[in-house]
Design a protein around this ligand. Structure first.
Ligand code: H2B
Length: 96
């Protein structure tokens, strides 16, 4: 199983993605996405759901109309791992 990254390492990794911040005492990373409308928000969530199932790595998130608040952490590792950074990069890529 992947090991949780130190907060220094996470900060370093976060320079490779856009708009993500350290949250929950360095146990997770988060970002708030905003879309044109619900349809776009839900398309984003659908793409993420497919990624999540393939990677067996799932987001903690909430959706209100055109907003999706995302928190990523690796529950099994009790913190942030490279899987979370990869998922964050994917979310950035499909919203760029
Ligand atoms: N998602 C996330 N974010 N963290 C995990 O530790 C995790 C997961 N574990 N998805 C997976 C599922 C695990 O529970 C299953 C049994 O493989």
């Amino acid at each position: 199983m992947a090991e949780a990254l130190s907060s220094d390492k996470i900060t370093q990794e976060l320079t490779k993605v856009t708009g993500w911040s350290l949250a929950n005492d360095a146990k997770s990373i988060s970002k708030k996405f905003q879309f044109k409308d619900f349809r776009e928000a839900f398309s984003f969530m659908t793409a993420c759901a497919l990624w999540a199932e393939k990677a067996d790595h799932h987001p903690d998130w909430s959706n209100v109309y055109n907003r999706v608040d995302v928190t990523l952490s690796t529950h099994d590792a009790g913190g942030v791992t490279e899987k979370d950074i990869a998922f964050a990069a994917y979310m950035d890529e499909i919203t760029a």
